[in-house]
Design a protein around this ligand. Structure first.
Ligand SMILES: [Zn+2]
Length: 565
């Protein structure tokens, strides 16, 4: 006999077989028993929660020759024909594939003919929200004047897409997600029946990832079992669901606890390499943090912990986090999830997230950051203008100038150490294409001297301008720019490594990539002594203008915008 999917084999055949929808099944049973069924039902709810199963049972129950308390007997010829899908009076339509007006018109034409074998002709329309407007109109006509002995059961995962005129003509039932415990019990029941051994943990992982859908749970169970061995193992369940192993999550979280970014990144890379999905991973981090919060808060609350994921090793980490930090991590992870869902650069986002949550000193600053940034940039650009003339005269150069700029008071006084236009301008004053080529040339070697964490931060950074003794480095992500900009130790190390490679002192100046075009433009318009500045912007013949030549020399063709009207 061909293999049949578990969810088909174990599809409930009576109302009492249906898991987790007690109120609905009881109501339907009563209606059948008292012959008070409606001519139209709407079953809505998430996928795999029993809508279609209930529709089939209801269709069978109203037609059963020997119903018992509203339940179908499953033995009479009608029940058997229904169970084998050969009862002509039960018509199933998948609106997802039959969404045309024609199909519904077809119903309207045939609906007036009496049922042939059974008492009721039952139309089950699955995913009814997929019907076109025209088809809804046709359906509405039929529902307005329903012939005797006809029943419509409409099922949908998206009731909000169904016209109110339709809904008002149906008796509506909302199916809930099935509780994890109910899903667990059902899987245990099935596995015992099939004589299959299982790891408790494996079932927990499957139940969690099914998200309240019994059909999904049984499909995952099917896949996990197909790995073989008449035994459901934890590893197989993890493989199928993309769940992390306890070792993986523990390694990651303990690196976070110790503020070891490098270690955290290494375990992140291992997790991603093993094919685990970034989204699943972030869900796991959140679950672990929530459980740690419960564990830390109060011993009563710890009863509500999800013990399936909280191994002893993870619980041992509890006292290394305070709840404020855990809430912070949950916040950061949740906002990273939004980016992950819309991005194909999931690895980069995971790296950013990892460094962020493994360096707790960044906390508190995030919220005030943007405001501080803007104010600070404004203030700085005023000062920069004043300082510009002085710069060239200062023999000791940039260092002293920087000291005259507002100094950061502490890590919390954010923004003061941000964009350093003075330093950028200084590089631009003497920038050449040749120096930029040299900078790009040594870049890979420079990166190879860094630690894992440092390299992760620099992965989205490239040299965009260089002079004989300075390199401007632009960062794709502002967060990375900030992190490196604030890390004076790291900056010094970068400088000294660059110095070693170039065999001379070299300043490294950072800029967020999205601000670079503006800064570049400002510099060109402010700092190059143009005989007729407007001409460059608009109508001069660019190639012949010495100022443009200079700009081209600085940045190369691809960077200088020469407008030719
Ligand atoms: Zn029957």
């Amino acid at each position: 006999m061909a293999y049949q999917a578990l969810y088909r084999v174990w599809r409930p055949q009576t109302f009492s077989d249906v898991i987790g929808q007690g109120v609905i099944t009881q109501t339907l049973k009563n209606a059948v028993a008292s012959k008070m069924t409606s001519h139209a039902y709407l079953f809505s709810g998430p996928r795999g929660t029993g809508k279609t199963s209930c529709a089939k049972i209801l269709a069978k129950a109203v037609n059963c020759l020997n119903p018992h308390d509203g339940e179908p007997c499953n033995e009479c010829e009608i029940c058997q024909a229904a169970n084998e899908n050969r009862l002509n009076d039960v018509i199933e339509i998948d609106a997802a594939s039959n969404n045309g007006v024609e199909e519904i018109r077809d119903i309207r034409d045939k609906v007036k003919y009496a049922p042939t074998e059974a008492k009721f002709k039952v139309y089950i329309i699955d995913e009814v929200h997929m019907l076109s407007q025209g088809a809804f109109n046709a359906l509405l006509k039929t529902l307005e004047e329903p012939p005797a002995n006809v029943m419509f059961i409409l099922a949908t995962t998206e009731p909000q897409k169904i016209p109110a005129t339709i809904i008002s003509r149906t008796q509506s039932f909302t199916f809930r997600r099935i509780s994890k415990q109910d899903i667990l019990d059902r899987m245990v029941y099935i596995l015992k029946d099939k004589n299959i051994d299982y790891d408790e943990e494996a079932l927990n992982i499957i139940a969690a990832s099914a998200e309240g859908g019994m059909r999904d749970a049984l499909s995952i169970l099917d896949q996990a079992l197909s790995y073989g061995d008449d035994h459901l193992t934890l590893t197989n369940a993890q493989e199928v669901t993309g769940a992390l192993s306890n070792e993986q999550i523990t390694a990651y979280m303990s690196a976070i606890a110790k503020n070891e970014s490098a270690q955290a990144l290494e375990s992140l890379y291992k997790i991603l390499e093993s094919g685990r999905s970034a989204i699943r991973f972030t869900e796991m981090i959140i679950r672990v943090c929530r459980n740690l919060i419960l564990y830390n808060s109060n011993s009563d609350l710890s009863d509500q912990m999800d013990n399936t994921i909280m191994t002893k090793d993870l619980l041992d980490l509890a006292d290394k986090f305070d709840n404020q930090r855990l809430f912070y991590i949950v916040d950061q992870v949740s906002s990273a999830q939004r980016n992950l869902k819309n991005s194909n650069q999931t690895d980069v986002y995971m790296e950013i997230l990892t460094v962020k949550i493994s360096e707790p000193q960044v906390m508190d600053q995030t919220d005030v950051k943007d405001k501080a940034d803007n104010q600070e940039v404004e203030k700085l650009s005023g000062q920069v203008k004043k300082l510009q003339s002085e710069i060239k005269n200062l023999s000791t150069g940039n260092v002293q100038v920087q000291q005259e700029l507002p100094k950061k008071k502490s890590r919390k006084a954010k923004g003061s150490n941000h964009l350093n236009k003075t330093a950028i301008y200084k590089v631009l004053d003497n920038a050449t294409k040749k120096d930029l080529a040299v900078a790009k040339d040594i870049w890979p070697d420079l990166m190879s001297k860094l630690s894992v964490t440092q390299r992760a931060k620099m992965r989205v950074a490239d040299p965009v301008a260089a002079s004989v003794d300075g390199i401007v480095v632009a960062f794709d992500f502002e967060l990375w720019f900030e992190q490196v900009q604030e890390d004076t130790e790291f900056l010094d190390e970068l400088k000294s490594n660059a110095g070693t490679l170039l065999k001379k002192d070299c300043e490294i100046v950072l800029v967020p990539k999205d601000q670079w075009p503006r800064i570049r433009k400002e510099y060109i318009s402010n700092n190059i002594d143009l005989p007729n500045k407007d001409k460059v912007e608009s109508k001069a013949e660019p190639k012949k203008d010495p100022a443009v030549d200079e700009a081209l020399n600085l940045f190369g063709n691809e960077i200088v915008d020469i407008k030719d009207d």
